[in-house]
Design a protein around this ligand. Structure first.
Ligand SMILES: NC(=O)c1ccc[n+]([C@@H]2O[C@H](COP(=O)([O-])OP(=O)(O)OC[C@H]3O[C@@H](n4cnc5c(N)ncnc54)[C@H](OP(=O)(O)O)[C@@H]3O)[C@@H](O)[C@H]2O)c1
Length: 304
């Protein structure tokens, strides 16, 4: 396909490379133009403006947040004004349910096709074409994106014909991941303060009842205190829990745990954690327990 790709951040760069590798003609746009250079070296065309990436069969957006997507879609020379009739906007960023609904309406008015297709998987998965893609939209439109999804992901799940459903499912998934991070942080603080080795404890957990990637990946980061470089930056994590709560408010679904997680992420940001991975909330419980920076067990010097 002849496809535009807008947003070459940690996720988008790897996804665009995989489209090129699969033989698609890719035109890339990024607000900071230097990030397009490695893609151009691998065969992509560089677009100087958003509109120049919107002249093909489809345009994919993989941007930070609602504000970025609004600017790129509704701003001057944006996707809405330039995309030709019948072409598809594939929105893969994690955005609000409300914005997804607004995009669906605006694209329908402009006679464009619109598919919401947010993803699960971190930048390593994006680079390895191992993303899980959660797609919703008119079946023909989702089918038309099949070759693109195959190039970027290991599996695509169809969530129905209403695009915003995919966005809600994505947000619910990140709420679950953040819950696991918080629960691991609290459990590790508990055993750590009693002098039990965190690594041994995690090996036990992940060899028994918790033998799944989310416990291994995030548990490992908490135990090793490896929060930099941020694969999924704390401000994006805060954004996702905030958007989960906004969707919950609209639907009148109390989510007390999500409120707690939002406060945890705010604490992290308030303490200067913008550059850390969101899993750094997993060390807050240890700090609350008087374990200093969360790195030491109670047996070590300085911890009583
Ligand atoms: N990282 C993960 O593990 C992960 C996993 C699943 C889903 N996601 C979601 O995927 C999306 C991208 O995440 P990421 O980790 O790739 O983020 P990132 O590395 O911070 O990249 C963000 C991208 O958005 C662009 N951008 C930000 N504000 C903009 C604006 N106002 N106008 C135009 N472009 C703007 C950035 O351009 P510049 O280069 O100019 O800053 C960059 O291309 C987010 O919605 C995130 O929630 C991330």
């Amino acid at each position: 396909m002849n496809v535009g790709f807008i947003g070459l951040g940690q996720m988008g760069a790897g996804m665009a490379v995989n489209l090129l590798r699969a033989g698609h003609e890719v035109t890339v746009y990024n607000r900071t133009p230097s990030r397009a250079r490695p893609l151009v070296e691998q065969g992509a065309r560089a677009a100087a403006r958003v509109g120049d990436a919107c002249r093909g069969d489809a345009v994919i957006t993989m941007l930070a947040d609602d504000a970025a997507v609004e600017e790129v879609v509704f701003g001057h020379d944006g996707v809405i004004g330039v995309l030709r009739e019948g072409a598809i906007h594939v929105s893969m960023s994690t955005i609000s349910v409300a914005l997804s609904e607004r995009l669906a309406t605006a694209h329908a008015d402009a006679r464009h096709r619109f598919v919401a297709a947010p993803v699960f998987g971190r930048p390593e998965a994006a680079a390895a074409a191992k993303l899980f893609i959660v797609a919703a939209g008119a079946p023909d439109d989702v089918d038309a994106c099949g070759a693109l999804f195959e190039a970027m992901g290991q599996k695509t799940f169809m969530l129905g014909e209403v695009p915003k459903a995919a966005n809600l499912v994505k947000l619910s998934g990140n709420f679950l991941i953040a819950s696991v991070i918080e629960a691991l942080g609290e459990a590790l603080a508990l055993v750590g303060k009693a002098g039990i080795d965190g690594r041994q404890y995690l090996d036990f957990l992940t060899a028994t009842l918790f033998n799944v990637p989310v416990y291994k990946t995030y548990g490992g980061q908490i135990v090793e205190r490896k929060f930099e470089p941020a694969g999924f930056a704390a401000p994006l994590g805060e954004k996702d829990i905030r958007l989960t709560l906004a969707a919950a408010e609209t639907l009148r679904v109390p989510m007390p745990l999500a409120s707690l997680l939002h406060d945890r992420l705010l604490t992290l940001l308030a303490r200067g954690g913008d550059g850390l991975d969101w899993s750094a909330i997993g060390q807050l419980a240890a700090q609350d327990a008087g374990l200093g920076d969360g790195s030491r067990t109670a047996r070590e010097p300085g911890n009583g």
